[in-house]
Design a protein around this ligand. Structure first.
Ligand code: 13P
Length: 253
């Protein structure tokens, strides 16, 4: 399966002009890339415009509502994203969890996204690490509650992003995670998921996110036990983001 590099632009940039430039510059810089899938998860208001610029990069949303349609002022549905040509959606990001998102809602959103034909990018990850390794159980519980009732053969359609909150660039007093942190959790996530699968079911892709930059991307890709990366801040710079994509491309056999 292809490796995947996903940009999460979060609530940036502040105008469609800048969004278009960032997108077009990124497209240009990765023009030779063939083996790596590239996705940009942009604010809703830019998605239709970006779709018209290039199909080289797939598009993703950063959230959907937990109900399919109806009187929910201000919300955006999975079908709306799908019907404008969006393929992916980030769900359960820690920045949304900090605003009140919980596993039960994320579970509803995953099922709705799958039904609509979107690929959910499910974010899991602990706030902090403790000496007793309780963070493994924390992530296991997130996985179990968020994936509860999801059909076995749909699990492979989901991308699981391990994003330790303590390593994300927006976290106060953050510290770096390393490829070892990523690898041990990727193994644990695979084991947790494989306990839910039959032999014939495929594994979902597992990716790492948390302050990935053009200097450490190679280590995460080669030694982090993951199938790709979820990139926040560095994705707002076309040069840095494209370097990360190219590092991933070069690591493919
Ligand atoms: P940073 O790369 O800015 O730490 O963001 C990671 C992230 O939250 C991606 O979803």
């Amino acid at each position: 399966m292809k490796k995947i590099i996903i940009a999460n632009w979060k609530m940036n940039p502040s105008s469609p002009k800048e969004a278009g430039q960032l997108f077009s510059n990124t497209v240009k810089l990765i023009s030779g890339v063939k083996k790596t899938e590239v996705v940009i998860c942009a604010p809703y208001v830019y998605l239709s415009g970006l779709k018209k610029l290039s199909s080289k990069i797939s598009l993703g949303g950063q959230n959907i509502f937990k109900v399919e349609e109806g009187a929910y002022t201000g919300e955006i549905s999975a079908d709306m994203l799908y019907n404008i040509g969006v393929q992916y959606v980030i769900l359960g990001h820690s920045e949304r969890r900090a605003l009140g998102e919980n596993n039960l809602n994320v579970n509803k959103k995953i099922k709705i996204a799958l039904r609509a034909g979107l690929t959910p990018i499910l974010c899991v990850g602990e706030d902090k690490r403790d000496e007793n390794h309780g963070y493994f159980n924390f992530v296991k519980n997130q996985l179990e509650e968020c994936l509860n009732g999801v059909q076995k053969d749909s699990l492979s359609k989901i991308i699981i992003a391990y994003e330790p909150v303590w390593a994300i660039s927006s976290t106060l007093n953050r510290r770096d995670a390393n490829a070892n942190d990523s690898r041990e959790m990727a193994i644990f996530i695979r084991k947790t998921i494989s306990d839910k699968l039959n032999n014939q079911n495929k594994m979902p892709r597992i990716i790492y996110g948390g302050s990935v930059n053009e200097r450490d991307a190679e280590d995460f890709i080669k030694n982090g036990g993951v199938d790709g990366l979820l990139v926040g801040r560095a994705s707002l710079n076309a040069k840095k983001f494209s370097s990360i994509v190219k590092i991933c491309e070069a690591s493919e056999r």
